[in-house]
Design a protein around this ligand. Structure first.
Ligand SMILES: Nc1ncnc2c1ncn2[C@@H]1O[C@H](COP(=O)(O)OP(=O)(O)OP(=O)(O)O)[C@@H](O)[C@H]1O
Length: 274
């Protein structure tokens, strides 16, 4: 079933955004269905991380609307934006932990920072979140004592500490071995379903991401090249989407950065660097 505005937690309506003179999004519209796992994919530099920053209100759209639960993030006064951000968990690449704090204190950090809960209650919540990622027994360890995959899971426990409605993952699988990658992917899916979250994943790992996603959005050339279920996107006849989902080197997205013809560049010291 296609998502509708009524059943979506995030909605982009004709969003235009750029950094300085550089246009990144040129009238982008899409929906992020509530309770589902949505994958945001596309070529490197296409603006996927920027989409997450627009949702989090770190940057504002030049035109159009970025709705979170029906309210335009770009027009929220600071207190409303702060409240909205508390409903979002963000997990950025390599989910940097505080290196001088134990696993326990890392997960307790947002609770101590943003709530007035007693230490006893914080302890219970932290242990519950660590249990959800399979690391209750690792609470005394320091970040230097855990593996990369475990560190990622600690960061995930920290991202869900405040019971967010939305969790955004930026490259959650980067640098993981295939086993840790599979574990991380299953965990994202499982937490989404058991905690009633809505998840957005930015990832280059096509196979694993298509496996766990309910909805896929492919960004290209400042717009949406395709969106729908993983099967529907896989079956897309659009040449750009076809190239992307099949990881083909040739197609509308070129392997080569624009350059003068090869014969004009080689064996010709004029015009090039000596
Ligand atoms: N703060 C910034 N100032 C200027 N340009 C930026 C800034 N942040 C990102 N960009 C540029 O905007 C473009 C989109 O960046 P973004 O990080 O959103 O892409 P992405 O699709 O997430 O890329 P990747 O898959 O490589 O992480 C890139 O070309 C990047 O160089």
């Amino acid at each position: 079933m296609d998502p509708s505005p009524a059943t979506s937690l995030v909605e982009f309506r004709d969003v235009v955004f750029g950094y300085g003179d550089r246009a990144i999004l040129d009238g982008v519209s899409f929906l992020v269905p509530r309770g589902k796992v949505t994958a945001l994919m596309g070529a490197s530099g296409g603006g996927k991380t920027t989409v997450l920053r627009l949702i989090g209100g770190q940057v504002r759209a030049r035109r159009g609307e970025v709705l979170f639960d029906g309210h335009d993030v770009g027009r929220m006064p600071p207190d409303a934006l702060y409240a909205a951000r508390r409903r979002m968990g963000m997990l950025f690449q390599f989910g940097a932990l505080f290196t001088d704090m134990s696993v326990f204190d890392n997960v307790a950090f947002p609770l101590r920072e943003h709530t007035r809960l007693s230490e006893g209650l914080i302890r219970d919540i932290v242990l519950m979140k660590l249990d959800a990622v399979g690391l209750r027994g690792a609470r005394e360890l320091m970040p230097s004592e855990v593996s990369g995959g475990m560190a990622r899971r600690v960061a995930l426990a920290r991202a869900i500490a405040l019971d967010p409605d939305l969790v955004m993952y930026d490259e959650p699988f980067a640098g993981l071995d295939p086993i840790s990658l599979g574990t991380a992917a299953r965990l994202i899916r499982q937490l989404n379903d058991t905690l009633g979250l809505t998840s957005v994943i930015v990832s280059h790992d096509l196979e694993e991401t298509f496996r766990i996603a309910d909805h896929v959005i492919i960004l290209a050339n400042g717009g949406i090249a395709a969106q729908g279920s993983p099967d529907a996107v896989r079956a897309s006849a659009d040449p750009l989407v076809h190239q992307f989902v099949n990881a083909l080197p040739e197609g509308p997205v070129h392997f080569h950065y624009p350059a003068v013809a090869v014969e004009a560049d080689f064996g010709n010291s004029q015009g090039g660097r000596e």
